[in-house]
Design a protein around this ligand. Structure first.
Ligand code: PHE
Ligand code: NA
Length: 456
């Protein structure tokens, strides 16, 4: 009981969904997904992504929720306990996932800083002639100014730290529950507008007509890595959230719903961004700056675009903040779980500052470290690839196998089947089979193909 108080006793079921969906839906959907789709050639990749999300992502998300719910602990302690049966080595899966969270937080903070930048630019454009803030020069200015990026990332991390330290998430969640519907409305309006552009038929063909010749050896793994990133699987986030669930909350239902919402949002995001991108350049853009390049420029060009853009970037920032809170929260909850003497306050500051000191690398990627090229990639892209295409699948696999081998079949069935829900009886064998055989097999296959890609 006392440990439940320490971890912040759980509130309403609606609150759980806000937290889990809030953590899942973020820059991964609106910023990362579109450019990864561009990079991997469009339709065929989108198809694989959706399939992987539902077939592999959802079961693994459910697994992590169950691990948290049954252990009432975070990923470190949960994997430690499972490793007694699964094998001592699996403790590393938990450890690495916490390290991954800190590093991803730092790089997420840099992109959140970009969002902050455009948010303030839209604000400024109310008071100055909009030509001054035309997006193109603006983005270039931001990209060439690494210290500005670092300052913005620091501001973002500071806000994140204060929210987590003050424990004002609940208040923030209320606020976010208002901004999310607004955001959805704005995005839908943009989609409608995008649809009226002359490039739309071509774009829809690019996005939804699967041309498998465009895939590379790495594409499968890129899809899997992105699925984990966008669903917050492999970071321990969902284990922590699972530990906050009530006894009678059904983890499989929750995990499935979170997956569906997140996937739908990603699909809407590409439908919104790509017509604008094609309009701007006629070739699918494949750069992390994609969204920041096409959206502000388009918005500043339409009537009422300044207000629209401001509202859009405020909402996008709230989504980014919410996801960052989730990342920091996991690190803190792990820390206070293993070190009983540690207080939440200092743990939050130390973790946040650790992320901040690391943020200097991605922040300076397009300026001071501009010349640094790793395998033809800029520093920030190389970091993204290392974290999300290599570390994340390995760690998610480790956590999955710890659960598979650390839990008996009887326990697995008890964890999954809800006697009130008929559908959970029928889904159980599928979930079991996927967790046990399909997911590990597909992850390993994806990684092996990516290794091959290094040589060909
Ligand atoms: N899933 C988030 C997104 O799509 C990113 C994230 C990963 C958030 C891990 C928390 C933990 O933007
Ligand atoms: Na997401």
């Amino acid at each position: 009981m006392s440990s439940n108080v320490r971890r912040g006793a759980w509130r309403t079921r609606f609150g759980f969904y806000l937290l889990a969906i809030g953590s899942a839906c973020g820059l991964g959907n609106l910023w990362r997904f579109p450019y990864v789709v561009g990079e991997n050639g469009g339709g065929a990749f989108v198809l694989i992504y959706v399939f992987m999300s539902l077939a592999i992502g959802a079961p693994m998300l459910i697994n992590e929720l169950i691990m948290g719910k049954t252990s009432r602990r975070s990923v470190l302690v949960a994997t430690q306990r499972l490793s007694e049966k699964a094998g001592r080595g699996f403790r590393w899966a938990g450890r690495f996932s916490v390290i991954l969270s800190i590093i991803v937080l730092s790089y997420y903070a840099v992109i959140s800083g970009w969002v902050l930048h455009f948010l303030t630019q839209f604000l400024i454009s109310f008071f100055s002639p909009p030509e001054i803030v035309t997006a193109k020069t603006n983005l270039a200015a931001l990209m060439s100014n690494g210290w500005l990026q670092f300052m913005l990332a620091s501001a973002h991390l500071l806000i994140t730290i204060v929210v987590v330290v003050k424990g004002v998430q609940e208040g923030l969640e209320k606020f976010i529950s208002y901004t999310m519907p607004l955001f959805a409305t704005l995005v839908l309006l943009l989609v409608l507008r995008s649809f009226s552009l002359p490039s739309t038929p071509e774009v829809l063909r690019f996005l939804f007509y699967p041309d498998f010749s465009k895939l590379t050896w790495s594409s499968l793994n890129h899809a899997i890595g992105h699925v984990f990133f966008t669903l917050s699987v492999g970071f321990g986030t969902m284990v922590t959230f699972g530990s906050y669930m009530k006894e009678d909350d059904h983890a499989p239902t929750a995990g499935f719903r979170v997956t569906v919402v997140d996937t739908v949002i990603s699909l809407i995001a590409v439908v919104m961004i790509f017509p604008l991108a094609f309009q701007a350049s006629n070739v699918p853009l494949t750069d992390p700056a994609l969204m920041f390049e096409v959206l502000p420029r388009y918005l500043l060009g339409i009537r009422g675009g300044t207000l629209f853009g401001l509202a859009f970037f405020v909402c996008l920032y709230m989504a980014a903040l919410n996801a960052s809170i989730g990342l920091l929260e996991v690190v803190v909850s792990n820390w206070v779980d293993v070190q009983k003497k540690m207080q939440r306050g200092p743990a939050t500051w130390y973790s946040g500052l650790a992320a901040l000191s690391f943020a200097i690398l991605p922040a300076l990627s397009s300026s001071v470290f501009k010349e640094v090229r790793l395998g033809g990639r800029s520093l920030i892209e190389a970091l993204d690839s290392l974290l999300i295409n290599w570390m994340l699948p390995l760690i998610a696999l480790g956590i999955l196998m710890a659960y598979n081998w650390g839990t008996t079949d009887k326990e697995k069935e008890l964890n999954f089947v809800d006697k009130d829900k008929f559908v959970s009886y029928t889904m159980y064998p599928h979930w079991y089979f996927i967790s046990r055989w399909v997911a590990p097999g597909v992850i390993i296959l994806g990684l092996l193909m990516q290794v091959l890609d290094l040589f060909f």
